[in-house]
Design a protein around this ligand. Sequence first.
Ligand SMILES: [Zn+2]
Length: 318
Amino acid sequence: MGIMFHHFHNNRHYGGQGSISKKDFEKIIHYIKPWRILDPHDWIERVNRGLLTKNDLCLTFDDALLCQYEIALPILEKYNLRAFWFVYSSVFEGGLGKFEIYRLFRSKFFKNMDDFYKLFFSKIQNSRFEKSARLKISQVDIDRFQYAFPHYSVNDIRFRMVRDKILNRNEYESIMDGIIRKKGLTAEHLAKNLWMTNKHLKDLSDHGHAIGLHSYTHPMIMGSLSFSTQKEEYQKNFNHIVEITGKPPLSMSHPDNSYNDHTLKILKQLKIICGFRSNKSPPNRGKVNQSQYELAREDHTHIIKLINKRKSYENKQS
Ligand SMILES: [Zn+2]
């Protein structure tokens, strides 16, 4: 099982929903036991030889976030651990990962997430998307989504469905950019210190970490894009990683857990050995690790919940 990490917070990096501190991260490492964590290259080797077992664990960091490098890396070094880092390349080449900027905006400039959702849903209600949002989002869909991602609230899911099923990328971005402008902010300003640079990437690679694919622009629904668009997303990502690290990537994770048969074919063409999903519930309710390109991952928020549960149980006992 891969453990999936995204956001970390300290006084320099704003956290928000699901983010953890350095202390939380160290607690997780203790909870899963540092000696159980496989080096990414051992992991790849085991996948390649079909030797991966249910008990194998590895650590994965998605989205090239600077907070991971600054907050999590020192802890990894303390325990002499190495990890997978799945990066999307556009942000290294001057692009803005809008979804990341929006996430920061949502968490930093609203009292809480529901406060943001209220504003967002009201924009939808007063737009030409009102009818399709009403018709296309059913309780059954919400239930199914919650089964696959149990840590999301109903509003989290409703928001993601409007974003991914009702709006296209441009429509969503124009609504969000409008809300940001109304607050007197700009995307460029919000983007400061969000992502790593090539220097960080090279440093990770030189110290034995595995840098893997996560597409070029991080589309939200990769699985709905054409073969050639997907190919371009992964090829550009691949080229960037080779150019900076001098090593061809052998691993990847699916941005927003989205992929289809085209994606798997492209990964094979690029000689990728292992790929990760972002949850544990397999598509088609099949095996947990459906294929070498569909390995399961546990979200770090679940582990924090387990730790807290155990702690409250122990408190009750003593
Ligand atoms: Zn991602």
